[in-house]
Design a protein around this ligand. Structure first.
Ligand SMILES: [Zn+2]
Length: 519
């Protein structure tokens, strides 16, 4: 990041691509205000989060760059590293440089909600008062945030490293959180409103796509409904070319029965992508109703006979699935249909027995839980992220135009799939998978170096969610709510553990925590 030092400094490792991208952005948008801030100072980072939030509503008039020799020389040759580290510098589109308090008022004048502060802040005596206040914060920010700022990051990385004690890290991290708290709460409120809207629009709904070849049945149930409302994961059963995939849990059975009475497609086979309770609770029931045979992988069959007792929260909300009863068939490399048939691809990671189904001709991937959005931070103890990375790399080799997730989202750019806001996401599926891969590789690096540095698990977890990264605070409330309600089963801590699972045997249950916790 900074200069020639490629070693990770402190605990946060910003991705290297950031600066280069921002610089590219900068050169293509000379009409913007360039804000140079100290990328290692929590106070600066938090202010940048606020600035970006304001700016999004005002058509992105600013570009924020963490200070580095590379960034400074690219922006303006008059900028000096020492001075930039001491106080905020803003370069206007006209090439003027504003410094410190004047830079703050210059930025404030860009946005309607802060305009007045920006104007009044230039007048006597407010200008003098503002400058004094700014000077106080600027000189004390190192002791306030205790991370000693980017000064050392650029000039003396080793010194910072030695001095950066965990106490300093936590005070820095906590301070960063509290400065952002209003943003965290606002993000939580907007996300809740969005989830409620999507829930209402999918309630007992059916989505017929590709001339009836692909049907998404949204499943509901009194207690299961809390999941889409609180966390945004919808429950679905997918029917593709007559194959019913993952037909829900016992608590969603009446919802499934209701769909069956209305759906015209004849169900010829039933397949489970993996042995999680919301996917396998109605296999025998649906088979009895339709006469269609059940297909599961050998490992899934093992996990389902018998299905071990779930932790009580999951059993209470989703429902304890019954054991799988014969007759059932084991999945081979392909599932035959009236059309081309579906290829079975083994994709361990989300859990050890996961498979996905792929239609090569139509370029449709029925991904189950092998893809749950590019950013997914609260896995359960079954997740093995190393295996998941390999599986995602395997999926990248497929030609995919429509990606159907097991929890109600469809990623596609294809025009024959109609818009359905909140469900159909207009994004190239391969790009979505590539983003997830990038995110997981970054996490892997973060976690591996954390363990190498012998940091406690809690600290490693915090470094995976630096407040400078938008999703860290944006989904913070939801993630912590999931942790609380699942009694820690689905949590950011499990994300760290998912990278350090050491046992090579397949995990036989959905609830055994492999790591006993290294704290
Ligand atoms: Zn699952």
């Amino acid at each position: 990041m900074a200069g020639n030092d490629s070693r990770p400094i402190l605990f946060m490792r910003p991705s290297n691509t950031g600066v280069a991208e921002s610089l590219e952005e900068k050169s293509s948008a000379s009409s913007s205000y360039t804000v140079l801030y100290d990328g290692q100072c929590e106070i600066c980072q938090a202010c940048v989060s606020w600035l970006k939030t304001l700016d999004r509503e005002s058509n992105n008039q600013t570009i924020c760059l963490p200070i580095s020799a590379e960034a400074l020389s690219a922006v303006d040759s008059r900028l000096k590293m020492d001075e930039c580290l001491r106080q905020l510098h803003v370069v206007t589109p006209e090439g003027e440089i504003h410094v410190g308090w004047d830079a703050v008022t210059c930025l404030a004048r860009l946005f309607p909600s802060t305009w007045l502060v920006g104007v009044v802040g230039q007048w006597f005596p407010f200008r003098s008062a503002g400058r004094l206040l700014y000077k106080f914060v600027a000189t004390n920010r190192y002791s306030l945030s205790k991370c000693r700022g980017g000064a050392c990051r650029v000039a003396k990385p080793e010194t910072v490293r030695r001095q950066a004690r965990l106490g300093a890290f936590w005070s820095c991290y906590t301070l960063g959180f509290f400065i952002r708290l209003p943003l965290v709460l606002w993000a939580a409120i907007t996300a809740a409103a969005q989830r409620t809207s999507i829930f209402a629009r999918t309630y007992h709904k059916r989505l017929d796509l590709l001339n009836g070849r692909l049907t998404i049945l949204f499943l509901n149930g009194m207690l299961p409904n809390t999941v889409p409302l609180l966390f945004g994961e919808l429950f679905t059963a997918v029917v593709y070319d007559g194959i019913a995939i993952d037909p829900g849990s016992p608590k969603m059975r009446s919802s499934l029965a209701r769909h069956l009475r209305r759906v015209n497609t004849k169900i010829t086979k039933i397949v489970a992508t993996h042995a999680h309770e919301e996917h396998v609770g109605n296999l025998n029931w649906l088979s009895d109703m339709t006469g269609a045979p059940i297909y599961v992988s050998e490992m899934t069959a093992r996990f389902l006979t018998p299905f071990k007792q779930l932790p009580w929260v999951r059993a209470a909300i989703i429902g304890q699935p019954p054991d799988l009863k014969p007759p059932f068939e084991l999945l081979g490399e392909k599932v035959d249909t009236d059309a081309e048939g579906l290829q079975v691809v083994s994709t361990p990671g989300h859990c050890d027995d996961h498979i996905v189904l792929y239609d090569r001709k139509e370029k449709v991937l029925l991904a189950g839980d092998a893809f749950m959005g590019s950013y997914f931070a609260t896995p359960n103890p079954d997740v093995d992220s190393h295996k998941w990375l390999v599986s995602l790399e395997r999926l990248m080799e497929l030609d995919i135009e429509i990606l159907v997730e097991g929890h109600g989202h469809i990623h596609t750019l294809r025009a024959d799939v109609p818009d359905f806001p909140g469900v159909v996401i207009r994004q190239d599926p391969k790009l979505a998978i590539a983003e997830k891969l990038d995110y997981m590789r970054w996490l892997r690096e973060q976690i591996e170096s954390g363990f190498q540095e012998q940091l406690p698990v809690r600290v490693i977890e915090a470094t995976c969610f630096p407040w400078g990264k938008r999703p860290s605070w944006e989904s913070c409330a939801t993630d912590e709510c999931i942790r609380l309600l699942s009694l820690g089963h689905f949590s950011r801590t499990e994300l760290v553990r998912s990278f350090v699972r050491t046992n090579a045997d397949p995990l036989p249950t959905v609830y055994e925590v492999r790591m006993s916790g290294r704290e």
